[in-house]
Design a protein around this ligand. Structure first.
Ligand SMILES: *[C@@H]1O[C@H](CO)[C@@H](O)[C@H](O)[C@H]1NC(C)=O
Ligand SMILES: *[C@@H]1O[C@H](CO)[C@@H](O)[C@H](O)[C@H]1NC(C)=O
Ligand SMILES: *[C@@H]1O[C@H](CO)[C@@H](O)[C@H](O)[C@H]1NC(C)=O
Ligand SMILES: *[C@@H]1O[C@H](CO)[C@@H](O)[C@H](O)[C@H]1NC(C)=O
Ligand SMILES: *[C@@H]1O[C@H](CO)[C@@H](O)[C@H](O)[C@H]1NC(C)=O
Length: 392
């Protein structure tokens, strides 16, 4: 009995169930975290070098690489997109850079035969999208798409503010929600050259402030018909109206992807209005459930909330539940592949909280682990935790 315990404990204890995560902190670090099922620990912290304000993580698990854009928005002429090669136990090497304009807040891999031969950066501060061919070589962008215009909200929409960039399910289009002009910008991708051509827009109601988006494909869609599956929906988190919207996606033959606004919901039961100060952040999908992070709503005071929505087969949302973010300003969150845990990155309290997720009902449960990373931030400042992703 005793000897079998000695054998079994290391196998079925923390070692067997360990999972890892990457988290960036605005003080200029990328951190490798280890989650045992009940504890979260810092395994390694690495400087992001001449990227002084790391704002986002694009993780390539297959290529074992990390891409981190730079939000630097003052002083310097620009920032530095950095990439790292991932070694063992969270060690990082081969730092490569690309010179970017100010204020990059999100990146996306796209194009080539592998869908990751190029990278796009959304620049909130400087109203543009830049692209680079990979690997980065220290040089200037391959392409710069500079936007003009403004929206109806004078304090937040004085200029275009691209906030996210992501590829559609076919890999043929790059989508850019622009918080400043109330546009969801649609770009056709030339997979060979990496060149983007703006081919259309989704037009939210003025003052909506689209920030972040995610595609959902009906579970019954076979891979052959995914492209045009009835019900394929784009869900968008809107920071200024504090709503989530569902957009029907269609693919006219040979043309540009089109978006038709289908539904608008607040993150709250009975579609009740967000309290003043709320800033809806990200949305993510797992199976037939959508989740939004509702920064500064203080619904679990002093902590904020996450909302769960159920997605019907036609892409329609129903509000389902709310849970604590276990910290303040949940800027970022990520659901693991198995769907049984969610990592929440609370920006201002600078902690990563891990909560359970029921893979059948989609409900988020209790916090099982939590870790403060470096210094806490100040509400509304670009400090604290900026991004978290599962390393899988
Ligand atoms: C990685 O960490 C494990 C566990 O601490 C250790 O046994 C192993 O030697 C490490 N590997 C390297 C290459 O450092
Ligand atoms: C999937 O289900 C939806 C809604 O029931 C239906 O409209 C659609 O045609 C179905 N798609 C396939 C590929 O069966
Ligand atoms: C929910 O509230 C939003 C914002 O007030 C509104 O635009 C939307 O139409 C409402 N949706 C429903 C289903 O009542
Ligand atoms: C949170 O969800 C519970 C039910 O799970 C509900 O009673 C409560 O009203 C919800 N709060 C908000 C702010 O939606
Ligand atoms: C808020 O989150 C922190 C960090 O996870 C936790 O320690 C605290 O208990 C939470 N407070 C409430 C009221 O839920």
């Amino acid at each position: 009995m005793l000897s079998s315990h000695f054998v079994l404990l290391p196998l079925f204890g923390s070692v067997a169930s360990a999972a890892n995560l990457w988290a960036t902190h605005y003080s200029g670090t990328i951190n490798y975290l280890t989650f045992s099922g009940s504890s979260l620990t810092l395994t390694k912290s690495t400087s992001t070098g001449n990227n002084k304000l790391p704002s986002w993580i694009t993780y390539d698990g297959v290529g074992k690489a990390l891409y981190i854009p730079d939000e630097t928005f003052y002083g310097a002429q620009g920032g530095n997109l950095v990439s790292f090669a991932i070694g063992t136990n969270g060690s990082l090497s081969s730092i490569e850079t690309g010179a970017t304009p100010l204020g990059a807040v999100a990146t996306a891999l796209y194009g080539g035969s592998d869908g990751k031969s190029f990278i796009a950066n959304a620049h909130y501060q400087s109203s543009q999208v830049t692209t680079f061919k990979l690997p980065l070589s220290g040089g200037q962008p391959l392409q710069t798409l500079k936007y003009t215009g403004k929206g109806v909200n004078p304090s937040r929409q004085e200029a275009p503010h691209p906030h996210h960039a992501f590829v559609d399910p076919t890999g043929d289009f790059l989508i850019v929600p622009d918080l400043g002009t109330d546009l969801i910008r649609i770009n056709k991708i030339d997979k060979t050259t990496g060149k983007l051509t703006e081919c259309g827009t989704g037009k939210p109601v003025p003052g909506t402030g689209p920030r972040h988006g995610v595609f959902w494909i009906p579970a019954n869609a076979s891979s052959r018909v995914r492209r045009a599956a009835a019900g394929t929906t784009l869900f968008v988190a809107n920071e200024l109206s504090n709503t989530v919207t569902g957009w029907s996606v269609s693919y006219p033959s040979g043309g540009c992807l089109t978006l038709t606004l289908k539904q608008t919901l607040t993150p709250y039961q009975g579609n009740s209005t967000a309290v003043r100060g709320t800033k809806v952040g990200e949305v993510h999908v797992k199976g037939n459930f959508l989740y939004s992070a509702n920064r500064n709503d203080k619904k679990f005071s002093p902590n904020d909330s996450l909302s769960q929505y159920t997605i019907a087969s036609d892409g329609t949302l129903t509000w389902t539940d709310n849970t604590s973010s276990y910290g303040t300003y949940p800027r970022t969150f990520d659901i693991n592949k198995a769907g049984d845990y969610v990592a929440i990155g609370d920006q201002t309290t600078a902690n990563v909280a891990i909560v359970t997720r029921d893979t059948t009902t989609g409900k988020l449960g209790n916090r099982v682990a939590d870790l403060r990373i470096s210094t806490v931030g100040t509400p509304e400042n670009e400090d604290g935790v900026s991004a978290v992703v599962w390393a899988e």
